[in-house]
Design a binder for this molecule. Structure first.
Ligand code: G3H
Ligand code: 13P
Ligand code: ZN
Length: 307
């Protein structure tokens, strides 16, 4: 059943676990993620980025999600991921499709981020749509040469407290050292847990961790074995995700892990079955691999059995 983000995250906050937000772009990724939610009896957040909307269409993705949610007994949130374009965020809110939107004003000057987020929250709350906002730049530790530079880009506790009070957003994405994509670290995964603890002390709302893919070794190996050039790909360790959840993260965003699962599944199948041209046969193992990855994430985050 479709639900807004806030009650799902509030329950997670009370229970000390996180709910996975998985990016979907087409029927296959949607089916694969929903299958995992059914197998794990888990709530699920289905995210569509601006790029996903450009690729497949808002109404098209919305129709697929609504049908899937109607057929399911699991709590399903339909979420706009990283809405940077204000007009698109407003379109999502007024479309009657989304139950949650992210307004990502993180690249704006602080005052502008506050003002725009506030405006989006007021509009979204009229129809019970939840709003996630972002403060700080979600880019990896590798990107910053000095501590000063890092501090300027990561989310500060004091500013987070002020931001939440002023905007009344429902959830806040924080920058503590993760980054988007499959190349997050050159060495071991490192997150600023002290900063997360400080933010948690003053932030009463659920916190969100973006850029949380782990780039599982076994799947990366399959990709590489069948020709994908991702030798240097590296994600967040499971232990660090667990620690972030224990310290108060209640929503965890995953996209890259689904992408490499899709890639591994397709490359392997095509290499081993060069005579097959049926897209349904080609995509089936890729879907199954995505489902397995999502199931593992749900167990890691603690949301299995919570839906
Ligand atoms: O946060 C970014 C997500 O991975 C979506 O990526 O903008 O390429 O669809 P995308
Ligand atoms: P990954 O690239 O680590 O999967 O992050 C996805 C994300 O944060 C989507 O908003
Ligand atoms: Zn993100």
């Amino acid at each position: 059943m479709l639900t807004s983000l806030l009650p799902v995250l509030q329950k997670a906050q009370r229970g000390g676990y996180a709910v996975g937000a998985f990016n979907i772009n087409n029927l296959e990724t949607l089916q694969a993620v929903m299958e995992a939610a059914e197998r794990e009896l888990s709530p699920v957040i289905l995210s569509t980025s601006e790029g996903a909307i450009e690729y497949a269409g808002m109404e098209e993705l919305g129709a697929l999600v609504h049908l899937a949610a109607k057929k399911s007994k699991r709590p399903v949130v339909f979420h706009l991921d990283h809405g940077k374009n204000e007009a698109l965020v407003i379109r999502a809110i007024t479309s009657g499709l989304y139950t949650s939107v992210m307004f990502d004003g993180s690249s704006l000057p602080y005052k502008e981020n506050v003002a725009k987020t506030k405006k989006i929250v007021a509009l979204a709350h009229k129809t019970n749509i939840s709003v996630e906002a972002e403060l700080g730049a979600i880019a990896g530790i590798e990107d910053f040469v000095s501590v000063e530079e890092r501090n300027a880009h990561f989310t500060g506790a004091k500013q987070a407290q002020d931001f939440i009070q002023q905007t009344h957003c429902d959830a806040l994405a924080v920058a503590i050292g993760t980054s988007h994509g499959a190349y997050k670290f050159s060495g071991d995964s490192r997150l600023d847990f002290k900063r997360l603890e400080q933010i948690k002390k003053v932030a009463p709302i659920p916190l969100v961790l973006h850029g949380a893919s782990g780039i599982p070794h076994a799947i990366k190996k399959v990709c590489i074995a069948y020709g994908c050039k991702i030798e240097k790909a590296k994600g967040i360790s499971d232990a660090h995700i667990k620690r972030a959840v224990a310290l108060g993260i209640n929503k965890v965003n995953i996209d890259s892990d689904l992408r490499i699962a899709f890639d591994a599944g397709i490359r392997k199948f095509l290499a081993e079955n060069p005579e097959v041209i049926d897209p349904r046969k080609i995509l089936t193992p890729a879907k199954e691999l995505i489902t397995k990855v999502v199931q593992q994430k749900m167990r890691l985050l603690g949301c299995s059995g919570k839906g």
